[in-house]
Design a protein around this ligand. Structure first.
Ligand SMILES: Nc1nc2c(c(=O)[nH]1)N[C@H]1C(S)=C(S)[C@@H](COP(=O)(O)O)O[C@H]1N2
Ligand SMILES: [Mo]
Length: 308
């Protein structure tokens, strides 16, 4: 999509400001990381994207080109079969304004406005490997904040053992729902409390240093990079804290596949294919699949002596 943004020099303000002073001010504000749009919004507005990159998360491969990560998507609500068509089906989707309701076994249930969250939370960029259960992978620069930070705000009760996430299901805006009405919409997923609190688990609002596009789950999604991609629900509208392990969309739809945990594991084949290797998108280079998608150091202690 070609959206032309007005450049600073096209804004009539320069007519009202002596040339030299304006050039200086623009240079100073640019050095501070402010754009003209931020200045016009108010003195305390800070630019949210791109966010500072957290250097702790390094990759063993190049970052996927943006056109590929935003042009090859699993988002069945927009197109249930064609990953390359998803980005062309999002025209009616209105991701803002948007709220996320947080409820269930918490002391302080709350409804969060996404734009307020973006401003209130410590946004950072992280480079994560991303592995779909279909044996393809990408490496994505996500922008977001630890889910743990959101969880702390609502004060979970001791009985809260799991989180259940629910995605939007808007028939009018999401043509895939009309194309595939047999699925149990809305999409729903879950994490165990320790998985949700793990420092790797992100609430994501951006990629490639920009606001998240619709096809990648605008305006807000979850990313748990040691699990297959379907454990990272997009366009979420609700988070519920529960005592019992919640049912999940794909486990209910195809119970013969992976269970609740669905951690990336090269030794645990899918019923129809091996998970030993993955095809890197784009190009299709084959790489060995890493246990926990390479995040063993962060997550293995959660599973010692237990199921993967
Ligand atoms: N609501 C919703 N979330 C979803 C999906 C979906 O179809 N609907 N697909 C999942 C799957 S299978 C994958 S691989 C990732 C894809 O994320 P991406 O398009 O940003 O790479 O989103 C996951 N989250
Ligand atoms: Mo996936």
């Amino acid at each position: 999509m070609l959206v032309r943004t007005r450049k600073g020099w096209e804004i009539p303000e320069r007519e009202a400001t002596p040339e030299g002073i304006f050039a200086d001010r623009r240079r100073i504000l640019a050095a501070m990381g402010f754009g003209l749009a931020d200045v016009l919004r108010g003195a305390d507005a800070r630019p949210l994207y791109p966010a500072r990159r957290n250097p702790e998360f390094t990759l063993d491969r190049p970052v996927t080109e943006e056109w590929a990560a935003t042009g090859y998507n699993n988002f069945y609500e927009f197109h249930p079969t064609n990953k390359s068509a998803v980005r062309d089906m999002v025209g009616k989707f209105k991701p803002r304004p948007w709220t996320v309701e947080v409820s269930g076994l918490v002391g302080k249930p709350r409804t969060f406005d996404v734009e307020e969250l973006e401003r209130a939370m410590p946004l950072e960029e992280r480079l994560y490997r991303f592995r779909c259960v279909e044996a393809w992978s990408m490496a994505v620069p996500w922008t977001g904040f630890p889910l743990a930070e959101l969880i702390k705000k609502v004060e979970p009760k001791p009985e809260a053992q799991y989180l259940r996430f629910v995605s939007a299901a808007r028939k009018e805006e999401m043509p895939g729902i009309r194309m595939a009405p047999w699925y149990p919409w809305p999409y729903y997923e879950g994490l165990r409390m320790d998985e949700a609190m793990n420092p790797l688990t992100l609430v994501v609002t951006g990629i490639y240093g920009k606001t998240l596009p619709a096809q990648n789950g605008a305006p807000v999604r979850i990313v748990a990079p040691w699990k297959y991609g379907f454990k990272s629900p997009k366009s979420i509208v609700r988070i519920e804290f529960t005592a019992k392990r919640p049912a999940t969309f794909w486990n209910d739809t195809v119970p013969t596949q992976y269970g609740f945990f669905s951690n990336v594991n090269p030794k645990k084949p899918h019923p129809n294919w091996s998970q030993a290797h993955e095809k890197v998108i784009p190009g299709g280079e084959l790489r060995p699949t890493l246990l926990y998608n390479g995040y063993e150091k962060w997550v293995a202690p959660m599973y010692t002596g237990k199921e993967y």
